[in-house]
Design a protein around this ligand. Sequence first.
Ligand code: NAI
Length: 328
Amino acid sequence: TRTPVNVTVTGAAGQIGYALLFRIASGHLLGADVPVKLRLLEIPQGMKAAEGTAMELDDCAFPLLQGIDIFDDPNKGFEGANVALLVGARPRTKGMERGDLLSANGGIFKPQGKAINDHAADDIKVLVVGNPANTNALIAQAAAPDVPAERFTAMTRLDHNRAISQLAARTGAAVSDIKRLTIWGNHSATQYPDIFHAEIAGKNAAEVVNDQAWLADTFIPTVAKRGAAIIEARGASSAASAANAAIDHVHTWVNGTAEGDWTSMGIPSDGSYGVPEGLISSFPVTCKDGKYEIVQGLDINEFSRARIDASVQELAEERDAVRDLGLI
Ligand code: NAI
């Protein structure tokens, strides 16, 4: 029997939390043979609802779920954590300036980063889902100097999955035939979904599509603004698809990418592709043995270069803003 993996989920009483926890407990996060212990972290107002979700988790009698604990203290919530999913965040409300948003989130992610630094297991892997995800990940990472920087990642897998689905719909291909798609940059409206290196059943995706106007005027904005379209249609923001993407992100990180394919993750830049070192930006990555590597040597055309640069510029501005606020 394997020792259980401790998985901490913040914002456990929220809508993504509700879609996420049952799939973690049923073995989709790490594997169907890996027992888990859940540590739910909430704010005091969220504790009661988190307890309700824990009751439902109990009622599923998941064979892999070996325990559930609920906390409102990050120092306890991250104790012994092997995997941390940072979902709870402060959403942007009407009239809120970017500086206010960043400082409100700094108040969440800085202490959580410190708690991870002081209390998590040595092999901790962190995924930040709560927006602004890339910059929240940067704040948490900066507060955790004893944890290797590359363990802090931000989620662009939902954008990646959205792009695959849009490409499949346009070309009539099966989702499973689409490989090597890349999301570059920030998880925001400036993100760049890149199909120039993608393949559809082994053929170059940009050549199969062969329609630059569709790419520029339909595909890219549809992927980038999909979150807003979901809110408009559903009356609530994406939750199940976001939870699914979080599951995919960690599962791929731990269990690896398929031979010949890659995925997209927001990770600390090592300077590859002209992205300033240290920014948490989305890249094409392969994963193996619990580690990821940036796919190197891709030829970046002018169309892609301009879009990557614009998104990276936004990340640099967010970094400068949180630096000015003393958050990193
Ligand atoms: P929600 O508002 O339903 O739930 C958030 C939960 O976080 C609440 O229960 C709240 O009590 C809790 N929370 C707030 N501060 C906390 C703290 N300091 N510690 C622990 N828990 C805390 O929100 P939802 O829909 O679950 O979304 C969560 C976040 O995920 C939002 O920031 C949203 O923008 C982001 N998101 C990111 C996506 C991505 O692709 N990266 C996709 C979709 C959503």
